[in-house]
Design a protein around this ligand. Structure first.
Ligand SMILES: [Fe+2]
Ligand SMILES: [Fe+2]
Length: 277
């Protein structure tokens, strides 16, 4: 279920929570910047948490915040499935819109369902785009799980849209990152960072510190991650947690023996539930 809510008068978020067994709930966010030339950032996941088609749910939420026909830009931060779920449906309903993304994202999409090349606008990290009342600048975030990732900084709202970076696995939904206890937020952010960016364990400390500093120097008022509730004036805290990720315990998923144990446990619970009815 995708639900819309307002972050600021000119930014809306469309959120779905996706359960990951054993790890927690992952928020999956897309954003609408109601600029003079309106922009949608990412397009949700193709499936909802129960395996159903999420496109209609995403489109219903999107239509509540903007007429898709008014969209001028669709920014794809990268071609992972949780970011490109409804992009073709939106292209159909937003005939004026162009997809702002990188050459690599276009390439990755081409092995799934190609983007129409006459609807694409290529923008590399460091380059900017004018939305009429503000400039957005493409920025590679300090952590990411795909080489094509490009977040963006919005000069008017002073918001860094960070894609997968700063995401967190949570115990349940929250309206704002500040509503989550400090301990839960740090643990959820570190778990996500080790799952999403395992290469952080091999990174050179000085190089990583420099990329964290790049975000610090931007002094964003707000960080809007694809996988975290909106975070206002929390930049130092989020950066401080991410700085711990290289030394955090590396993530290792369950192996076959652990899976079989979980299945047996589930079967046992199901059997006990049936007996008690
Ligand atoms: Fe990703
Ligand atoms: Fe993602």
């Amino acid at each position: 279920m995708v639900s819309p809510s307002s972050v600021t008068p000119d930014i809306d978020v469309l959120t779905a929570y996706f359960p990951i067994p054993g790890l927690g709930q992952l928020p999956i966010n897309a954003f609408v910047i109601k600029a003079r030339e309106p922009m949608l950032i990412d397009t949700g996941a193709p499936l909802d948490g129960e395996g159903g088609d999420a496109t209609e749910s995403f489109m219903t939420a999107l239509r509540k915040v903007i007429d898709p026909a008014d969209l001028k830009w669709i920014w794809l931060t990268h071609a992972d499935m949780d970011h490109v779920g409804s992009v073709h449906q939106i292209l159909d309903e937003a005939p004026q819109a162009r997809v702002v993304t990188t050459f690599l994202t276009v390439g990755r999409m081409s092995v799934f369902r190609p983007l129409p090349m006459d609807r694409v606008y290529l923008l590399n990290p460091g380059q900017s785009l004018d939305l009429g009342d503000r400039k957005v600048t493409s920025i590679q975030p300090p952590s990411f799980d795909a080489a094509d990732t490009a977040g963006l900084y919005d000069s008017k709202s002073r918001t860094f849209f960070s894609s997968d970076c700063f995401g967190a696995l949570l115990s349940g939904p929250a309206e704002a990152a500040a509503d989550i206890s400090a301990a839960d937020l740090e643990a959820g952010q570190l778990l996500w960072a080790t799952v999403d960016s395992p290469w952080l364990h091999k990174v050179n400390d000085a190089t990583f510190a420099a990329s964290l500093n790049q975000v610090r120097k931007m002094e964003p008022e707000m960080i809007l991650s694809s996988h975290l509730p909106p975070a206002r004036r929390m930049t130092d805290r989020l950066l401080g947690t991410l700085a711990k990720a290289p030394a955090a315990t590396p993530f290792m998923g369950p192996d076959q023996a652990a899976l079989e144990q979980m299945m047996a446990q589930l079967t046992g619970d199901a059997a006990r539930a049936a007996v008690s009815v």
